[in-house]
Ligand binder design. Sequence first.
Ligand code: COA
Ligand code: AMP
Length: 625
Amino acid sequence: MVAQSLQDPEGFWAAAAESVHWYKRWDRVLDDRNVPFYRWFTGGVVNTCHNAVDRHVDSGRADQAALIYDSPVTDTIRTLTYRELRDKTAAFAGALAALGVGKGDRVLIYMPMVPQAIVAMLGCARLGAVHSVVFGGFAANELAVRIDDARPKVIVSASCGIEVSRIISYKPLLDQAIELATHKPDNCIILQRAMEGAELTAGRDLDWKAVMDAATPHDCVPVAATDPLYILYTSGTTGEPKGIVRDNGGHIVALNWTMKNIYDVDPGDVYWAASDIGWVVGHSYIVYGPLFHGNTTILFEGKPVGTPDAGAFWRVISQHNVKAMFTAPTAFRAIKKEDPDAALIGKYDLSGFKTLFLAGERTDPDTLEWAEKHLGVPVIDHWWQTETAWSICANCMGIEPLPVKPGSAAQAAPGMDVRVVDDSNREVQRGDIGALVVKLPLPPGTLPTLWNADDRFVETYYSEFPGYYKTADAGYIDDDGYVFVMSRTDDIINVAGHRLSTGAMEEVLAAHPDVAECAVIGVADDLKGQLPLGFLVLRSGDTRAHDDIVVDVVKMVRGQIGPVAAFKTATIVNRLPKTRSGKILRGTMQAIADGREYKMPATIDDPEILDEIATALQSVGYAGG
Ligand code: COA
Ligand code: AMP
């Protein structure tokens, strides 16, 4: 299948597109008239919400559960059938239409893990409006940046979210973000939750329940396959986030195809992605993939530990008869830390559970082996990115399961021609490390461009390695064709499976009046994979206590980027190690922090600084080796 998908991509994906509902079939399967702006299924007319919901109602799944909302933090379990989901989605689309939202208009969604968030996403898709979901753990400033870039007509939010037992007031964050943003939405629709209400701004804010009660249901609006479905902002190398665009047609075809071929679930099976709708995993595998395929999806408002214990995942799998689950390795490390012998598994019947899929960061062999041993099912690491919406590499369980190699994300998925190249864009030998790239064209579902930033799209992904998509990951392919993804080649770090930019954090630190220069690196962490760590060089003549400055910058990152950055440690140094041309040697600092061996960079300006860095790292508890 891999060979077929690469030799005849048009035939391969046209066959997959037969399972999708089209109002009008495509004129061209792959439109390569404007490389690298490839388009799939040009001329085709579809609707994403119709494919996710209505068509299942029409074809006999009306009474099947589409969505199970399992919320240990509110002690709620609620099921929505496909019929109920259609009715709610149609009502919400009607409410948006009554506010003037139509095809191409943007709607920003800033919500916790509640079913209304999915209704809002599907409601937008129903109208051909473009949604942009922003993760709840981001601060007002980050939200404001996204409001200004997406320019939404309407924002949908909620009074609060719940983090284990702590209530997070969303509405004040939203108000502050709108205040900070230059663009102002016409209206906000606010879901009032029982735990904490929010004050509504007269003339702008509307109550979710009131708009739903007054709404006239709206039908699905046919859109071009190439029209945008959503924008999802992700970290780039600067503080300015990148708006990844997703189209309608290619996305439906690809995600629907992955459900059987990669995840090996059939329509009617229960599928669970324990992530957040604010991330791409949530978009693809809490919402769209399982619904396109007629599965039952689970929306879990809880954590792997603490809601109420490290058995939460096993309880959900057993109670709802989950067949395949998808989460980040960090969640399993959290469980393993609390319940090292997995004693809590014994309380539950997991006989219906067939496969565990992990992604978001590399699955370390320890975690993989622990999960395999205690669950007794295949544990599959697969590699992908916000940009691609689905796997670049995977062990395709519905095609032909391959032996698992710990530390590898298995082999290139159909449609993905993965290669490893050196700085001169030449392929390296098998086993040698280099830049991981994918030969063009990318398959359907992958990003057609960046929102309002065609030039940045070309510059970021296509300028360095002509003919290839640059993943910005480094790694190698072994003799059996297994891909090992080892690290990022840019300043992105991965904290608890969350993708963060150290550049963005440096921008915040640099704004502190006492900070002359700074650097942020990702250091290895047993639980979260990586944690950010700041180095500060102070302005000369500064007399403030160093501890106070550290407290300030920690507060600033939390306030401006958000708690999700998990920035808690910084250390003060006299100088930063640099090359003679002035480039900060972040990689070397990272190696010292992790206690890894490193080569003295040939271009280092002053090697003695590295001893100072090691001492500073020891002072905050890092190896400094
Ligand atoms: N709204 C508001 N705050 C949020 C939030 C949200 N939606 N999500 C996270 N936060 C906060 C957390 O409460 C935490 O705050 P704190 O600094 O006051 O403790 C901070 O952001 C960091 O969150 P996180 O890194 O997720 O750490 P955690 O200790 O809360 O949880 C795990 C650790 C491993 C349990 C959790 O990250 C997890 O379940 N991850 C795996 C699944 C996943 O979502 N992966 C991502 C993509 S697949
Ligand atoms: P995101 O866009 O948030 O999904 O983050 C994508 C990045 O996470 C990738 O570029 C990788 O650096 C990392 N990543 C995701 N999945 C894996 C995996 N299975 N193995 C290694 N790295 C991964």
